[in-house]
Every structure is written in C-alpha cells, then in structure tokens.
Design a protein. Structure first.
Ligand SMILES: Nc1ncnc2c1ncn2[C@@H]1O[C@H](COP(=O)(O)OP(=O)(O)O)[C@@H](O)[C@H]1O
Ligand SMILES: N[C@@H](CC(=O)OP(=O)(O)O)C(=O)O
Length: 574
C-alpha cells in the first residue's frame, strides 16, 4: 500500500490507512517514515480535536530525530490497554498441553506463530503434555515413599526424561531447565520429609510444568532468531485470591500486566512467552493456580489487560465441538458462539474451555478464536458478543458426570415462607456451591458443583455432604442421590419448546426417566439430570437427533417426556 506520510507541524497523515491504527504502526516501523525519520517503535495513543469540535483518536509516534507524527485513525475505535496505552501487541496465542507435548510440536508451534508476521503475539503456554498430572502423581507418591526413595518416583523420571529430551532435540542448552529440575526433586524430598502435600505446596509443585515449557520454548525461539522473553505469571503481575488450586484473578492484575508488558516491549521488543495457569496469591505471595485448564483464563486475562484485537486458544480439536468427541466421536465443530453460550458450555463441563475464561473476553469485548494446532487450516470456532440466532436451535450438548443431587422437601406447612432462603443459607454457611436448581413451593431439587469441591480430599467431601444433609434435615426431608449426570443442551432457548419436545421424544425412545430439569435465566441452557449409567447413551441419541441428520423440523408429536413426572422431577422453566 502506498502511504503518503507527512511529518511536519507535529502532524502526519496516512490516506487509505488499513483496518486500524496498528497497520499504521506497522507501516511506520517498516518503511513509511520520511527519509531521515526512522520510527523508534515508541507509539502511544492520543486524542486529537477535529474541525467539528469532536475528538478523533490517533497515534502519537516518536521518531528518531525527536519529531512527532500523529497518524489519524479512521474506522474502528482503537483498543486501549488497561494502563491507557495503545498496545503494540496484537493477539494472544495460547497453546495447550497437547500443542507443546514434544520437541516436534514446539517446532510446529514456533513455525505457526511465525507464519503470521503481521501479528505481534503474546504467547501463553501450558505445561508439556501430561506433565501437570505427572507432577500431581509424583507429589502424592512423595507423601508416603520416604525421602531416600524420591529419586525412584516413576513420574519424576518421566518428567525429567521428557524435558531433557525436548531440550536436546531442540538443540538448546540443558541449563535452561536443569536448575528447575533440581528444585523439583528437592521439593519432592521436602514433601516426603513432611509427609504432607498441602494445597499451597500442590500449586507450587505443578507450577514447574509451565515454568519449564515456557523456558524451553523461549530459548528455542531465540535460537531460531525470533527474539522472545519468558515471563512467570506470578512475577508478571497476575494477582489472585489465595484459594490454592482454584484461585480467582483480581482486578489489580490488568493494569499491572499491561504496564509490564508494554514497558518491556517499548524498551526492547521481544515476543512475550507467559506461563499459563499460574498466579500470585494477594496475601500469601505464594504461587497459586487457576484451576485445571486455567491457561485459557490466563490468555483472556492478558487479552483484556492489553486490549488486544483477538485471543486465540489453540487446542487439539477443530474448535468447540457439538459434543465431547470422547463421548460421541461424530461431534462436529461449531463455527460461531456467543460469550454467554461458551461460558455456559464451559461451566457445565465441556473441558475444551476453562469455566471462567470467557469473563475477561466478554468484559472487554475481545473475540476469542478456538483453533486446532494440529490442523491450523480448519476455521475453528469464533466466540463473540452476539451472533445471528434466527436459524439456531441447538449448539452443543455437554455432559457432566458423577454429580450429587439433593431432593429437599419441606416438613413445614404448605406455603411456608422463608423455606428457600433457609435452604440456601445452609449452603452459604457451609461454603458449598450449587449448580442447577429446580423448585416448587415446598420442595427443591439441586445439584452440587463438583468443581468447587474438586480440590478437597474425597473423605472431606463425604463428610461435608453428611454435614449438609444433617443441617437440612432440621427443616426438611432430604434425599441424597449420587452418581447422577447433568446433560446440558446449549442453544437458542427462544426455541425451547422445540428443543424440549425433540429431546423428550428421544429420551422416551431410549426409556430414560429425567429426574430434574432446569432452565436458568441465561436462556441458553436447558439442563436435564439423569442417572450416570444412562447418560452416555442419552448424549449419543440426542446428538443423532439434533445434529446428525441436520434436520431440525418438528418431531412427531406424542406423549413425550414432559408428561413424565416422577416424584423427584421438577421443571423450573421460566
Ligand atoms: N465440546 C467440546 N468441544 C471440543 N473439545 C471438547 C469438548 N468437550 C470436551 N472436549 C475435550 O477437550 C479437549 C481440548 O481441551 P484441553 O485438553 O483443555 O485442550 P488444551 O490442553 O489443548 O488446552 C479435546 O481434546 C476434547 O477431548
Ligand atoms: N497445565 C494445566 C493448565 C492448562 O491450562 O492445561 P491445558 O491448556 O493443557 O488444559 C492443566 O493441565 O490443567
């Protein structure tokens, strides 16, 4: 593109500027500066008064001779990072464990990143392959194996071998990770000595995975001539609550991360490579983790902090699929989702996205693209604020197994007020999170969120459930139903009657009794609770009915499932 750039009187003008001002930055950086004015790469956003009294946003560009050019921005509103600067970085590219599982995969990922020369990415990485699980298993074994046997722990040998082999195959220096491997062994010896693995230690233990993968990848990028800089999230400014193993990101994170990445880039541009999944506890200052799969949340947090154009999460599947492919292999990619649909899908158990990861993206309205690092040509799934739902019926089916359901029937008179409040105050007091709820005047069915008790010991979970039942029994008859599954139908709930009719026809044909139905205020999700033993069969049959024939016409009418109202079935469709 020919760009006429005049620098003089503090003003530069680029006619035909591309889709946003970052194009101008790229042009300036490369060749567009007038001879004698070489861009220093120091750009910041500035508002300029225009003729009719309004303001237009432009880029203040500092050039080598100290001249200042103002590049007018036309078109879209320019994105601002949390520290007020226009970000020089354009996208986040997050790669999950399977995308960085070996030296070969790391080479492919490096090529993939470099195949987008127009992008200036922030790279977020998970630990290599199964490293996180192996670290946790090693920690469990260390508790009981005795200090002198730590070096024999199979998982420790696996981790050492994998990382040393990777370093070797990539031709980078062993010292990149050897200190960390020594520290890891010492930590396991400490666990063996103490004979305990606290949640805090567990987080520190798993952090070795991301700390090693990012160091290896950064060294490799530098080796092949692409300047990169490694960051540990806990030193970058990702500040969290002190809820070890399931920490929440605090708002102070956004300006801190923006400032650090921005300043480093200005002083010495290099591709930032950040550890996913990790943070720093606000009070403890110890390493925390964001819950399993938390690197997705790291990516969207950085995207929001810097006000980037797009957040990409690269996985081992062609995007978000109509169903978990491990449950139903014929699942197909969903081209477009809203933040709300994606959040609901993740929250109700689709492993493909971390449950909290959509929040920062939605708050800053930054599109998230889910792509396949094994098949980069596949279009993937685009997640945005809104999409055309006029033709949409069902988007995806999600299965969450092994959940506990409670049927609670009041022992007081019909219509007794305060019953629901009392029940929920018991859950609040005990710090237990509830997933799905369906109510009538004197009874409640609900399911408990397993992710919130995921980190607790099984034994502790069992005694907590007993405690809940004990408290509830003071005001109600309580039935604890275990081994249940929630099947969530994510879709256009404007068509809920069609979805329910079709779904219940299918379930009737399968001879399955639904034990609870819940449709929340989000209007994108209808949840059905069935017994674990029937759940996979139901998902397969529902998928065939809704997706495999691409035929969403009304099913034959019949006395379908809505007329099944066993004692524990509630419908709270609003
Ligand atoms: N609806 C779904 N769409 C896509 N993948 C799903 C879905 N439900 C479950 N999965 C599983 O999620 C995996 C991808 O998520 P994850 O393992 O966290 O990726 P990564 O480690 O690359 O971030 C897939 O391999 C697939 O087995
Ligand atoms: N390594 C962490 C964090 C993570 O996000 O992993 P992945 O992107 O591979 O799901 C985990 O296994 O939970």
């Amino acid at each position: 593109m020919v760009v006429s750039l005049q620098i003089g009187g503090g003003r530069a003008f680029c006619p035909g500027l591309g889709r946003d001002s970052r194009d101008a930055v790229a042009l300036l950086r490369n060749s567009a500066c007038r001879p004698g004015f070489k861009s220093t790469g120091n750009f910041s956003s500035k508002k300029k008064r225009n003729g009719d009294g309004g303001t237009r946003r432009g880029l203040k560009v500092c050039c080598e001779r100290g001249a200042t050019a103002l590049v007018e921005k036309k078109g879209d509103k320019e994105r601002q990072s949390e520290d007020g600067y226009a970000s020089q970085l354009s996208v986040v590219m997050k790669f999950g464990g399977s995308s960085v599982a070996s030296a070969e995969r790391m080479r492919e990922i490096a090529n993939l990143i470099l195949s987008f020369p127009e992008e200036r990415p922030v790279v977020v990485l998970s630990a290599m392959g199964k490293t996180t699980n192996k670290l946790l298993q090693a920690g469990e074994k260390a508790v009981s194996c005795g200090v002198s046997h730590v070096s024999d722990i199979e998982e420790l040998s696996f981790i050492k071998e994998l990382h040393l082999r990777t370093v070797d195959e990539l031709g980078i220096d062993k010292s990149t990770i050897s200190v960390l491997l020594d520290e890891l062994e010492q930590l396991l010896e400490g666990i063996a000595m103490m004979k305990e693995l606290t949640l805090r230690t567990r987080d520190y233990l798993v952090s070795f995975g991301e700390c090693m993968s990012t160091r290896i990848f950064t060294a490799y990028l530098n080796k092949i001539g692409s300047k990169a800089r490694q960051y540990d999230a806990f030193h970058l400014g990702i500040i969290t609550t002190d809820d070890f193993t399931n920490a929440d990101i605090l708002d102070v994170t956004y300006p801190a991360v923006a400032k650090r990445l921005h300043e480093d880039w200005i002083n010495n541009p290099a591709i930032p490579v950040v550890t996913g999944f990790l943070g720093k506890g606000c009070k403890s200052c110890a390493v925390t983790t964001l819950g399993r799969g938390g690197s997705d949340l790291t990516a969207t947090t950085i995207g929001k902090a810097l006000g980037l154009r797009e957040i990409q999460v690269w996985k081992d599947v062609d995007g978000v699929l109509t169903c978990d492919p491990n449950i139903y292999p014929k699942a197909e990619p969903v081209p477009h989702l809203t933040f709300e649909e994606a959040a609901e899908l993740a929250y109700f158990g689709a492993q493909v996205l971390h449950p909290q990861s959509m929040r920062p993206a939605r708050e800053s309205d930054i599109p998230v693209r889910v792509k396949n690092s094994y098949n980069p040509q596949a279009p993937g799934t685009l997640i945005t604020k809104a999409r055309d739902l006029s033709e949409a019926v069902l988007t995806s089916i999600v299965l969450k197994s092994n959940i506990t359901m409670l049927d609670i029937v009041s022992t007081r008179m019909l219509g007794q007020f305060g019953f629901l409040a009392k029940v929920f105050s018991i859950f609040e007091e005990l710090g237990i999170s509830v997933d799905c709820v369906a109510t009538s005047e004197v009874s409640i069915s609900l399911t408990l969120d397993p992710s919130k008790v995921w980190s607790r010991e099984l034994i502790q979970q069992a005694s907590e459930l007993d405690h809940v039942a004990e408290e509830l029994q003071k005001i109600a008859v309580v039935q604890l139903l275990q081994n249940r599954s929630i099947i969530s139908l994510i879709g256009n709930v404007q068509k809920s009657s069609l979805i329910l009719e079709k779904a219940f026809n299918v379930l009737r044909e399968e001879g399955v009794n639904v034990q609870m139905i819940s449709q929340g205020a989000s209007k994108v999700n209808i949840s059905l609770v069935v017994h674990d033993s029937e759940a996979k069969k139901c998902v397969g049959a529902l998928h065939s009915a809704f997706f495999d024939h691409a035929d969403d016409s009304l099913p034959e009418l019949g006395s379908a499932g809505l007329s099944q109202n066993g004692s524990s079935m509630h419908s709270s469709i609003s």
